[in-house]
Design a binder for this molecule. Structure first.
Ligand SMILES: Nc1nc2c(c(=O)[nH]1)N=C([C@H](O)[C@H](O)COP(=O)(O)OP(=O)(O)OP(=O)(O)O)CN2
Length: 140
């Protein structure tokens, strides 16, 4: 089995804010990430597919096709957007990396698996900053 990875990039604004808490508690828990007028990040999303290379192409998955799919299904929906306000699948959710990556998985898993004949989506890695990132392997 080989792990094949594609990295995509997006910029987005958000704030970490629990509407059930006071302003003081939001500031205490989320610090500058609770800034009322938002803040932005340069996100990196790495999609990892695991599988066997096709004997005729040598590919587990065509990376151009994978890139096109990630851009169409995810990046176009979040790039240069406000994650709290503009992105339908994040409405009513805390705009944390954990929640984002889990929503990305739900969108990507069926579509990615459909273009990987001898493999499947294995992992999503989402960098919010160069030092803060999450990894998700799906629910199983
Ligand atoms: N479990 C989580 N913790 C935090 C998340 C998150 O999504 N999940 N998000 C944030 C902030 O949105 C953001 O990541 C914090 O940015 P920043 O403090 O700038 O992070 P850096 O690592 O770049 O800053 P340094 O302090 O310079 O390392 C917070 N927590």
């Amino acid at each position: 089995m080989v792990h094949v990875c594609r990295k995509e990039h997006f910029n987005a604004a958000h704030k970490l804010w629990n509407p059930n808490w006071s302003e003081e508690k939001n500031k205490e828990v989320f610090g500058p990430c609770s800034n009322v007028n938002w803040h932005g990040h340069n996100f990196e999303l790495i999609v990892t597919v695991k599988g066997l290379p096709d004997p005729e192409t040598g590919f587990v998955v065509d990376l151009k096709e994978l890139s096109r799919l990630i851009k169409t299904l995810v990046i176009d929906k979040v790039d240069h957007k406000n994650l709290n306000m503009d992105v339908d699948f994040m409405l009513g959710k805390m705009a944390s990396c954990e929640n984002l990556v889990m929503e990305f998985w739900k969108i990507l898993e069926p579509a990615v698996n459909a273009i990987v004949p001898n493999g499947h989506l294995y992992k999503l890695t989402l960098y919010e900053t160069p030092r803060n990132f999450v990894e998700y392997f799906g629910e199983g």
